[in-house]
Design a protein around this ligand. Structure first.
Ligand SMILES: CC(C)(COP(=O)(O)OP(=O)(O)OC[C@H]1O[C@@H](n2cnc3c(N)ncnc32)[C@H](O)[C@@H]1OP(=O)(O)O)[C@@H](O)C(=O)NCCC(=O)NCCS
Length: 127
């Protein structure tokens, strides 16, 4: 997993952006926006030919670990409706809806939360 800091349309300057790399090619990305409360997981995209190969899981777990390290209590997500099952599978719970619009058409996005356990409360391996 690599952290990117080059700036495109403000996305990178406001967030921590991570990319997954396979064979020197970027195959997925996601961002942690921790400046506001609640912190958000954003911009999770996997290259279509790599969907279903574990890249989303790896990025999600990496971002979660980073959020725990920063001492954040939770991460929230405005999920694409098709990705709700993925986030649920990864332990997120639906807490409501967000109304949005794409190309003038209204959309309802599932609003989700992942609660985080502080690092010091985790049991050491083997316990
Ligand atoms: C949603 C997305 C990020 C998931 O990433 P992915 O790399 O395909 O997911 P993974 O292969 O890492 O899957 C991890 C686990 O989640 C499960 N899963 C993946 N997508 C799922 C879905 N839509 N519903 C239920 N479970 C799902 C997998 O079966 C896998 O389970 P397992 O490890 O127990 O076998 C990816 O499909 C994607 O980029 N979709 C298009 C863009 C998008 O919707 N982004 C989200 C914006 S909020």
């Amino acid at each position: 997993m690599e952290r990117r800091s080059d700036n495109h349309a403000g996305v990178y300057s406001d967030n921590e952006v991570y990319v997954a790399v396979a064979d020197k090619e970027i195959v997925g990305c996601c961002a942690l926006a921790s400046g506001n409360s609640p912190a958000e997981l954003e911009h999770m995209w996997i290259k279509p030919e790599h969907i279903g190969t574990g890249v989303g899981r790896a990025l999600f777990l990496h971002l979660k670990e980073r959020a725990v390290h920063l001492g954040l209590p939770a991460l929230e997500i405005s999920s694409d409706p098709n990705a709700e099952g993925f986030y649920q599978h990864m332990g997120a719970k639906r807490i409501g809806d967000v109304r949005s619009e794409i190309e003038g058409k209204p959309r309802v996005l599932p609003r989700m939360i992942v609660k985080l356990e502080p690092e010091h409360k985790k049991e050491p391996p083997g316990w």
